[in-house]
Design a protein around this ligand. Structure first.
Ligand code: NAD
Length: 453
């Protein structure tokens, strides 16, 4: 490399290390997915393809499909925050409200360096179908900030969260749009968002869900998405003559959703034989202790540094190749794609993450006879318990955890029965059946309101 080119590269490194990036982008070095792991289609492309398949089967009018393909409102805001280096860093914040025919908009807020408008759009649309499929009275929304939470101090993250709320509060509120946690955000983030909203509107716990228990959060919310994933496994298992004691499972993305799914699967008697996070992956034929691994992660430990007897450190592709009955993707979108789907050695995939598999990957899995429980239904547990939290907040009343989990189970089982019955009747995959059901319900609500006619 010439001295000049060398200097240019060094200058670029300096820019990043220094904390300044191009406007609208996360300014610090980040842990992002390696290019060889990327899917052939964006998250938006994935959702659009599935929507298109279902719309065609439903013979949906073109003009109605055009309404449902686009968002009602898309907000992009500037989030300038002074970080501990004394400089102002400019992040971009997004809130997309896709469709509100069935109720107030609802959806998580993601803090991740790769967040952009297209991704948030895709996730917002997914929420519209998800809330309709499980039959809770919400529309679909999603938000995000292109920040890497792992690179910021807690006070810096708090500043990002508060600034985001200041910029988008006008389109939010308990009867308008209610955010919740997603990748990179948690109960603490929701507490900051609620507090900031309260400064402007008065104490309003129902303005966000996924809050800490101390701030009118709901029992069972933190574990809800993972628990919902396990309910789906239990419903689908008889199709494959599977019982928990003969189920080995792998969790890709041992975060909130993945670690709860793992712990609850383990409580049932299933064996965790592989897990990963952004730092790396591990396997153990004899079984990993999901509780211990969750403790390690909760204390800030990375999977790449986890050591225990029988644990083997492997690459992301080897994790996919782990022999198991159930594979649970619970990381980011597009992680099972054309280039790696045939590596999976499982009988069932329960999609904890949003859009974890591309349409081509789904075809490959179908050819291999793998049963896929799709994201739009499988990971709805979080929004269902968010709904319970909102209901409790509006009444200033609290249910105990058993009541929350029982109600969650009833809703998830009902959704599974309805979707699998439709899939059987129409001879389609559970995903196509789920999208059809969701679209029909949204069109019905929008038409009855007079929003479309
Ligand atoms: P999280 O931030 O708690 O966990 C994400 C995990 O994925 C982390 O452990 C992270 O290290 C890991 N990860 C990131 N990149 C990875 C990679 N390349 N390989 C392996 N692991 C990687 O987020 P979460 O809330 O658990 O969300 C996970 C997924 O579930 C997302 O797709 C999210 O949209 C979806 N989801 C979450 C909820 C919820 O209630 N939190 C609800 C529905 C759907």
């Amino acid at each position: 490399m010439s001295e000049m080119a060398d200097r240019a590269v060094k200058a670029e490194d300096d820019i990043r290390a220094d904390g300044y990036g191009p406007p609208g982008q996360s300014p610090r070095p980040t842990e992002v997915m390696a290019p060889d792991q990327r899917a052939e289609l964006s998250n938006y492309g994935i959702v659009e393809r599935y929507f298109g398949q279902a719309a065609e089967r439903l013979d949906l009018r073109e003009d109605i499909a055009a309404v449902l393909r686009s968002s009602y409102r898309e907000v992009q805001v500037q989030i300038p925050v002074k970080l501990s280096d004394g400089k102002i860093h400019v992040f971009s914040g997004f809130r997309v409200q896709h469709n509100g025919a069935r109720g107030p908009y609802k959806g998580g807020v993601r803090f991740h360096p790769e967040v952009d408008l297209d991704e948030v759009r895709a996730l917002a649309e997914l929420m519209t179908w998800k809330t309709a499929i499980v039959g809770i009275p919400y529309g679909g929304a999603k938000g995000g900030v292109n920040v890497d939470p792992h690179k910021l101090e807690p006070n810096e993250l708090e500043a990002v969260a508060r600034s985001f709320m200041d910029k988008v509060e006008k389109v939010l509120g308990p009867t308008r749009d209610i955010p919740a946690p997603d990748v990179g955000t948690n109960a603490q983030t929701m507490a900051w968002l609620m507090d900031e909203y309260g400064k402007l509107h008065g104490h309003t716990p129902a303005c966000v869900t996924g809050k800490p228990i101390a701030l009118e959060g709901s029992y069972g919310r933190a574990s809800a998405t993972g628990r919902g994933v396990v309910y789906m496994y239990r419903e689908a298992a008889p199709q494959l003559d599977l019982t928990p004691s003969d189920t080995r499972f792998v969790v890709q993305g041992f975060g909130n959703v993945g670690s709860w799914a793992a712990r609850i699967m383990q409580q049932l008697g299933a064996r965790l034989v592989g897990a990963s996070d952004a730092s790396g992956a591990i396997r153990a034929n004899t079984g990993l202790d999901a509780e211990e691994l969750a403790r390690h992660s909760a204390e800030g430990g990375r999977i790449a540094d986890y050591e225990a007897e029988g644990v083997e450190h492997v690459g992301p592709v080897e994790l996919l190749e782990t022999d198991c009955e159930v594979f649970i993707p619970a990381a980011l979108g597009g992680m099972i794609h054309k280039g790696n789907a045939d590596r999976l050695r499982c009988r069932m995939v329960v999609e904890g993450a949003n859009s974890p598999s591309t349409p081509v990957a789904n075809d490959i899995l179908a050819d291999k006879g793998v049963v896929v429980v799709p994201d739009v239904m499988a990971n709805a547990g979080g929004v269902v318990v968010s709904y319970f939290e909102w209901v409790q907040n509006l009444q200033h009343f609290r249910w105990d955890e058993r009541e929350v989990n029982d109600r969650l189970g009833r809703i998830m089982r009902k959704a599974f029965r309805e979707v699998s019955a439709k899939a059987r009747e129409d001879g389609v995959s559970m995903r196509v059946a789920a999208y059809e059901l969701g679209i029909e319900r949204v069109v019905d609500a929008a038409a009855t309101r007079g929003y479309i006619s």
